[in-house]
Design a protein around this ligand. Structure first.
Ligand SMILES: NC(=O)c1ccc[n+]([C@@H]2O[C@H](COP(=O)([O-])OP(=O)(O)OC[C@H]3O[C@@H](n4cnc5c(N)ncnc54)[C@H](O)[C@@H]3O)[C@@H](O)[C@H]2O)c1
Length: 731
């Protein structure tokens, strides 16, 4: 294997040695095997120069716009043998230890993103000097990939900034800004970006006259007791373990392993810490959970790099400086807030002044929330609000590069509003509808230029839900798709292009899943068991709790639309028909399957059993066959296979092209457990043949709604998995 030319080592006229990461082959520096080998050489060159008194300090720096983006993810995804994994981790530790034992002061000069292994390398230095640029962040996202920082990160971070602050970074993977890094003791200094490089040199010279090493951060009072005494640390670790168990339910081994390493080694030597890191990380690295999380990482990258249009298309995105939003309700207000927060001028039009005012208030309260959570400064919040305005006249929308329509879900109203709107727009302005259930093709008939029109389906709440379905109707142009796709990326969302069809992608797959929960109720499964089984599988909430969340009126309407469009297999379960007649609204009305107080779930509302004639009460004398462990298995089989079967149909109908898109959309749109890698990756672990067998058994017992989709039967007979039969386009 060739050795990378990066990093280089050079000595300047002030006897400062510079280890410079600037990989000519990549836009960001990655710690690949060959880069690590070169780092070991550069460190040896630095050591020799120190021993020969040619160098008095060593500075490590990155490219002009970024530091180091972490280790090579492909390596994590492909390592299968724990022994090999351990050896390679130990080699990395040894290389970083070479930096930490250089006999002169060492400084990591961090400008731009510093991620994972980049942070660990900086932790091996005596000082971390950060530029004040907005692009400068420090993060250890290993936990999100199912591993732990094992090149000394877990050990050195905790010793540097204290147990509580370290746990916050290690268990969340969150990015830390320069001011925060300074306040927690991670950064020795934050320097204005404009003078960063010259000031780093001055910093290096200034520390030569001082004693080596940063000053230990004083954590006064209780903080000192918690971080620096064995009793305090054991309290902190116990609380963290409880929190992790509650939040993740034991499905993600990495946070537990981080806590295990720290429990065993905090307060002990660095060598003991490193050894525990290597042992634990090697086990994690080869686990299926890690492989699945790495797979999800690749899915996200695929969406970020994608364009939404075929590779042979020449269409480019329209630059967006102004967005129009038609309809200032729940969704319109949310979209306007998001766009303005991301620097885009936004104009909202509604038919009522009051709605515009409420839309602006909604946006303002979301922006204020960001300030409260330190995600935005006061001045950024003011600037964002200054970008949003609105009114009842159409002319405010003229000059828009794209208009997102988010008015009430009535096709005639949408068509009338869009045909009026078109008069005020330039010919190349894109129009996108946020409809959740109507036909984009049908709405497009109202427009003179249907080719500029597509769907842009945000999920509620807009600021929180990452998925945006970009919906292509038959006449939609590539230019409209690519512009909408790029806008979704600009708004920080994960776009997936889908073809027009009932429920588009995610709601369609959820349809049979939620309906099956209704059948299960009638078959005697309790609310607690149904939702509990789905949660144990890893869903963020069970299907009945989800019905409450979406709103019982909305889901009843969506269910009957799917039934009308897709036929008998989507016929609403009797329990859900009964539910629609109860007048309960779900969370927004305070009552559904659960009771809510001020929008907080309180408890299951047992009175619902009485109100649903098709559902036996849990204490009825009729013994339920759905109970205990076996019952949970039955529930899961029915819920998950219903989704897989529908997903197969969306692929055979070309709603999406690839299994990867189904998986990305389900993870981002429904919270399908990332540790399973996605719905169809999970299905591939059973193999379509196993799925078809199980579906046929269910069809025999519960009816033809479980009849295997033709695509599944084909995969089973041709011995293909979803991922091999439906690869991403271009692969
Ligand atoms: N709320 C959700 O959970 C959700 C999720 C995804 C998509 N959607 C879709 O988003 C759209 C809007 O939903 P919402 O929940 O924000 O509705 P909403 O009732 O909160 O807001 C709709 C707004 O549109 C305004 N309006 C009605 N006719 C208009 C017209 N001709 N011109 C301008 N404004 C007009 C109303 O005054 C109201 O302010 C719908 O298509 C809905 O299906 C909603």
């Amino acid at each position: 294997m060739t050795t990378s030319p990066s990093p280089t080592f050079e000595i300047d006229e002030h006897s400062i040695g510079w280890i410079i990461f600037d990989d000519p082959e990549r836009s960001v520096n990655v710690l690949t095997e060959s880069v690590m080998r070169r780092l070991a050489e550069a460190t040896n060159e630095a050591l020799r120069a120190c021993q020969e008194a040619r160098v008095r300090a060593v500075v490590i720096r990155g490219k002009d716009d970024s530091f180091i983006a972490g280790a090579d993810i492909n390596l994590i995804g492909t390592t299968e043998d724990p022994e090999v994994a351990k050896e390679s981790i130990e080699l990395g530790q040894e290389i970083f230890s070479g930096i930490s034992s250089l006999p002169v002061p060492t400084i990591a000069a961090v400008h731009g993103a510093c991620v994972g292994g980049g942070v660990e390398l900086s932790l091996a230095c005596d000082h971390r000097v950060l530029s004040s640029s907005d692009s400068t962040t420090m993060s250890l996202p290993e936990v999100q990939l199912g591993i732990l920082p094992a090149w000394g990160g877990t050990t050195r971070l905790t010793r540097l900034i204290g147990l509580r602050a370290a746990l916050d970074m290690l268990l969340s993977g969150r990015k830390v800004s320069p001011p925060k890094a300074k306040s927690i003791g991670l950064a020795s200094e934050v320097i204005p970006a404009a003078i960063f490089h010259t000031s780093v040199q001055e910093f290096a010279q200034s520390i030569l006259s001082k004693k080596r090493g940063p000053r230990a951060r004083k954590r006064p009072g209780l903080g000192q007791l918690l971080d620096a005494t064995p009793l305090g640390r054991s309290i902190v670790l116990r609380m963290a373990r409880k929190k992790v168990a509650k939040r993740l339910g034991g499905q993600y081994p990495a946070p537990t392993a981080i806590l295990e390493v720290l429990t065993r080694t905090v307060g002990k030597s660095v060598a003991e810490g490193l050894s525990a890191e290597a042992t634990n990380a090697a086990i994690l690295l080869v686990s299926p959970v890690c492989k699945n999380l790495v797979h999800v990482f690749h899915l996200r990258q695929m969406s970020k790099k994608g364009t939404g249009i075929p590779t042979d298309s020449a269409a480019g995105p329209r630059a967006i400086s102004k967005i129009g939003v038609l309809g200032a309700g729940v969704m319109g207000g949310g979209i306007a807030q998001l766009a303005a927060s991301r620097g885009v001028v936004t104009w909202m039009k509604d038919i009522e002044h009051g709605a515009v005012t409420r839309g602006l208030q909604h946006a303002r309260s979301l922006i204020r929330g960001k300030v409260t959570r330190h995600r935005m400064t006061n001045s950024e919040a003011r600037q964002a609000m200054d970008r949003i305005s609105g009114g009842v006249a159409y002319h405010g929308l003229s000059g828009s590069d794209i208009v997102v329509e988010a008015i009430v879900e009535k096709i005639e109203l949408k068509k009338a509003a869009l045909s009026e709107l078109e008069e005020y727009l330039s010919d190349d302005c894109v129009i996108a509808t946020n409809t959740s259930s109507l036909s984009v093709k049908e709405i497009a008939t109202a427009l003179k230029q249907p080719q500029r029109f597509c769907g842009m389906h945000f999920f509620n709440p807009v600021h929180r839900m990452p998925l945006v379905e970009v919906i292509r109707a038959p006449e939609t142009s590539d230019a409209a798709i690519v512009t909408t796709y790029q806008l979704a990326l600009k708004l920080g969302k994960v776009p997936v292009v889908v073809s027009d069809g009932p429920g588009f992608l995610v709601n369609r797959i959820l349809g049979p899943y939620m309906n099956e929960a209704g059948f299960l109720l009638s078959d005697g499964a309790s609310i607690k068991m149904i939702d509990g089984s789905a949660k144990r599988f890893g869903m963020p909430m069970g299907p009945l709790r989800l019905l409450d969340e979406v709103g019982i009126d909305v889901s009843t309407h969506a269910g009957s639309s799917l039934y009308q469009a897709l036929g008998e297999r989507l016929k609403p379960a009797p329990a859900l028909v009964d539910l629609g007649n109860t007048g309960r609204l779900g969370k927004k009305g305070g009552r559904g399957f659960y009771l809510y107080e001020e929008s907080r779930e309180r408890q299951i509302d047992d009175t619902i059993y009485v109100e649903l004639p098709s559902v036996p009460a849990p204490d009825s004398n009729r013994p339920s066959s759905i109970s205990g462990e076996e019952g949970q298995g039955q529930i899961l089989r029915r819920l998950v296979l219903a989704m897989i079967n529908e997903a197969a149909r969306t692929l055979e109908e070309g709603i999406v092209i690839s299994a990867a898109e189904v998986d990305l959309a389900m993870i981002m749109g429904t919270g399908f457990p990332p540790f399973r890698g996605g719905l169809l990756r999970f299905a591939d672990t059973i193999h379509p043949r196993g799925i078809v067998d199980r579906l046929e058994m269910l069809a025999e017992k519960h009816g033809p709604r479980f009849t295997p989709a033709p695509a599944l039967t084909r995969l089973a007979s041709e011995d293909l998995t979803f991922y091999s039969a439906f690869p991403p386009s271009g692969s």
